[in-house]
Design a protein around this ligand. Structure first.
Ligand SMILES: Cc1cc2nc3c(=O)[nH]c(=O)nc-3n(C[C@H](O)[C@H](O)[C@H](O)COP(=O)(O)O)c2cc1C
Length: 212
């Protein structure tokens, strides 16, 4: 197969995709068509991975009971997090909407297999965490693919990973990397929500770029 030639129009569209990808917490309740979700998962499955190990393990959390328990865990951990702030900042924290767990039509728990057979261990001997990094690259691929189809993704990390693992009854060797809410966003925005609420703005790249 001959390789593709990406056009300037594609590059501009890709830039637009990156600029308009958002972490979404406000979802419409209408379902994501199953064939769309299936397509997005197959696209995300094209992500790079250490030793070609594809360590991501994906759990679609469909049971109402499991979802309700996840919401409970989030609420407890979010309250604990709120208590780590004081005064005015605590008040501002409590005003933030930090998950769309109750509204999102799709809950996707993403685990990373800590010892996959696939890949024969290549590349991870000195940096075991490359397995989790591979899983994060899958998540980001999913995030972008979803946005390209007007579907929003929200990453929820305010959870106790051990309890989530227990509730979902997955293999002991799987480590929770992300709990994702997926669905059609209530609105699109070019500015991150944390920036719009005044919690935290982005800083210029130059403050993070070093030369040696
Ligand atoms: C590893 C990771 C964990 C995150 N956890 C949460 C979370 O628990 N709740 C939340 O509202 N946003 C969470 N986010 C979203 C970030 O707040 C968001 O990416 C950031 O504010 C920039 O906004 P943007 O993604 O819209 O550009 C998480 C993002 C990442 C990458």
């Amino acid at each position: 197969m001959s390789p593709p030639e990406f056009t300037e129009t594609f590059r501009q569209d890709f830039q637009t995709l990156l600029e308009w990808r958002r972490d979404v917490r406000r979802f419409r309740r209408d379902p994501v068509p199953p064939e769309t979700l299936d397509r997005l998962l197959h696209l995300a499955d094209l992500a790079p991975s250490v030793g070609n190990s594809q360590p991501w393990r994906l759990v679609l959390v469909e049971s109402a009971e499991a979802r309700a328990k996840i919401v409970e865990i989030f609420e407890a951990e979010n309250e604990a997090a709120a208590r780590t702030y004081t005064d005015e900042q605590a008040g501002r924290y409590r005003q933030l909407k930090l998950s769309g767990l109750k509204e999102a039509p799709v809950h996707l728990a993403v685990f990373s297999d800590e010892n996959p057979q696939q890949g024969h261990g290549l590349g991870r001997a000195t940096m075991h965490e490359t397995l989790a990094y591979s899983t994060v690259s899958m998540i980001h691929t999913f995030w972008l693919a979803a946005r390209s189809e007007d579907i929003g993704v929200g990453w929820v990390s305010i959870l106790d990973p051990e309890r989530v693992t227990e509730i979902l009854q997955v293999d002991d060797g799987w480590r929770l990397v992300a709990y994702l809410c997926v669905g059609f966003p209530e609105e699109d925005n070019i500015v991150p929500e944390l920036e719009r609420t005044g919690w935290q703005s982005r800083s210029p790249l130059e403050t993070r770029l070093f030369r040696r």
